[in-house]
Design a protein around this ligand. Structure first.
Ligand code: NAD
Length: 493
């Protein structure tokens, strides 16, 4: 069994309190590693190191191009270690190895992308209206960044947050989820080899209400970037507000996947399946509400059930597996509880609806792909995030109905639209109150395209050029060029 250490100021160190937390392989159900339980003192050491790195360390004086070179090397190291990192993440959270291979490729590309952006962060010279005065702006790193991440894609979140933060010239302290911290600590072991100075990248692991809240509260943290549930996100936002910190939040969803009668129904069915059963539904972007037009509801539901019956559950390391285990015991229980809630509220279970058992399903955390019909949009199963392989089918008649139902939730992360009408696709894209719309596709991501939520799904955007802005502040400089600058000191110019 591996025992990890905290990564602070360029070295691995023991937690000050001498305590560790077990980390469980969700497929096998055994403890495979121990991660340090950091306390407020450990967090403070990491933040102080990050602040020092940003103010007096070599990082502060590096040119933007030099920062870019180092970030590029981090991407190279991700490429060289991709297989190992992928396997560790699968061990930690039960994601499919097949999916992790693709994700590691995108993660490396993301580091390369922000490496290229580091020396394209520019201010502007503004030709202002005042004679004898010039004005210009510069874009400055916002300060020490606290990056708090969820368990479902730890390395993806590190790239999405830290690559633009480092490109901007910030230093970061990452607090990964206590359920899946190993891959982030393994990644930390690489950054020194890339030439990143001590203190620029730190990892403190531990519990959310201990290490996490100590990090958000720390007075020397200027920016909090958080991925997780909206409940925790709200708490983080409130705490950060007291310290007047800048905040980005990537939170949950209850996303509509909308199938119109004019769609390619085979394509739509496979999109609906991957949208809810991919990653066992443990995606912020899960298409958990399937809105189906009344005229095709029967035929489409049959197609869907046929496809869902073919889903292969099993070992996430096996390339033949489609769906792995639920990642954590509390999450497993939560999914089962929601199945009960849906039944009690009157939804009809037409597939699954119970724990999955059988050969190869060890560890006790599998749930059958589950489909409910007769779901009304005001039921809890249609309004609350489950984060599991549970699909609710909701019927609609007109485009207007679809828009109303789709938008009638607290969340606004993503939506899928399946239609062969360009006009309808455009009208829906405009009307849906979500951060991302997928037309005739689902789960399409790119590190080049902004991603984030509206409403309770969050604040700010990750990915794309504008993600760097989340880690910058603009400074304006006015400078007198007049030969004789004397003037009445009591009159504003
Ligand atoms: P969570 O909110 O329980 O935890 C997220 C992180 O916050 C963890 O690191 C946790 O330790 C920490 N934390 C917990 N309490 C804290 C506190 N009081 N102060 C500071 N930090 C604290 O979420 P989770 O269960 O790890 O992840 C699942 C959630 O994440 C789902 O709601 C999912 O939709 C969301 N998510 C969103 C996105 C997105 O990009 N929008 C991506 C993936 C997951």
């Amino acid at each position: 069994m591996k025992t990890y250490q905290l990564y602070i100021d360029g070295r691995f160190v023991e937690p000050q309190g001498g305590e560790w937390l077990d980390t469980v392989d969700p497929y096998r159900g055994d403890v495979w590693a121990r991660i340090p339980r950091a306390n407020a003192t450990d967090v403070s050491r990491a933040v102080v190191a990050a602040k020092r790195a940003m103010t007096s360390g070599p990082w502060a004086s590096f040119s933007a191009s030099k920062r870019g070179h180092i970030i590029r090397k981090i991407g190279d190291l991700v490429v060289q270690n991709a297989k190992r990192l992928a396997e560790i993440e699968v061990r930690d959270n039960g994601k499919l190895l097949a999916e992790m291979h693709g994700q590691l490729d995108a993660i490396a590309q993301s580091w390369f992308y922000y490496a290229g952006l580091a020396d394209k962060i520019e201010g502007s010279f503004i030709p202002i209206e005042k004679e004898g005065t010039v004005a210009f702006t510069s874009r400055e790193p916002i300060g020490v960044v606290a990056a708090l991440t969820a368990w479902n894609s730890p390395l993806g979140f590190v790239a999405a947050k830290c690559a633009p933060a480092l490109a901007a010239g910030c230093a970061v302290v990452v607090k990964p989820s206590e359920f899946a911290s190993a891959s982030t600590l393994e990644f930390a072991a690489l950054v020194g080899d890339a030439g990143l100075p001590d203190g620029v990248f730190n990892v403190v692991t531990g519990l959310g209400h201990e290490a996490g809240s100590a990090l958000v509260e720390h007075p020397d943290v200027s920016k909090v970037t958080f991925t997780g549930s909206d409940t925790t996100g709200t708490r983080v936002y409130e705490t950060a507000a007291r310290g007047m910190k800048s905040v980005s939040l990537e939170l949950g969803g209850k996303s509509p996947n909308i199938v119109f009668e004019d769609a390619d129904l085979d394509l739509a069915a496979s999109g609906a399946i991957s949208g809810i059963f991919g990653a066992a539904g443990q995606m912020c972007t899960a298409g958990s509400r399937l809105l189906v037009q009344k005229s095709i509801r029967k035929v489409f539901t049959e197609k869907l059930v046929d496809l869902a019956r073919q889903v292969r559950l099993g070992d996430p390391m096996d390339s033949q597996t489609n769906v792995g285990p639920i990642a954590t015991p509390p999450q497993y229980q939560k999914v089962l509880d929601y199945i009960d809630v849906a039944r009690k509220d009157g939804a009809r279970c037409i597939l699954g609806g119970k724990p999955a058992t059988g050969p190869g399903l060890i560890g006790g955390q599998f749930i059958e792909p589950t489909i409910f019909t007769d779901v009304a949009n005001n039921m809890r199963i249609a309004q609350e995030e489950v984060f599991g392989p549970i699909l609710s089918i909701i019927e609609f008649e007109t485009d207007e109905d679809a828009i109303e139902i789709a938008n009638d939730v607290a969340y606004g992360l993503v939506a899928g639209v399946w239609t062969n009408s360009i006009g309808r696709a455009m009208r829906m894209s405009k009307a849906l109150k979500v951060g991302t719309v997928w037309v005739n596709t689902y789960r399409a991501y790119s590190y080049m395209v902004p991603f984030g939520g509206m409403k309770r799904s969050g604040l700010g955007r990750e990915s794309g050029i504008q993600a760097v802005d989340e880690y910058l502040e603009t400074k304006s400089v006015f400078m007198s060029t007049a030969a004789d600058a004397r003037r009445n000191a009591f009159v504003m110019r």
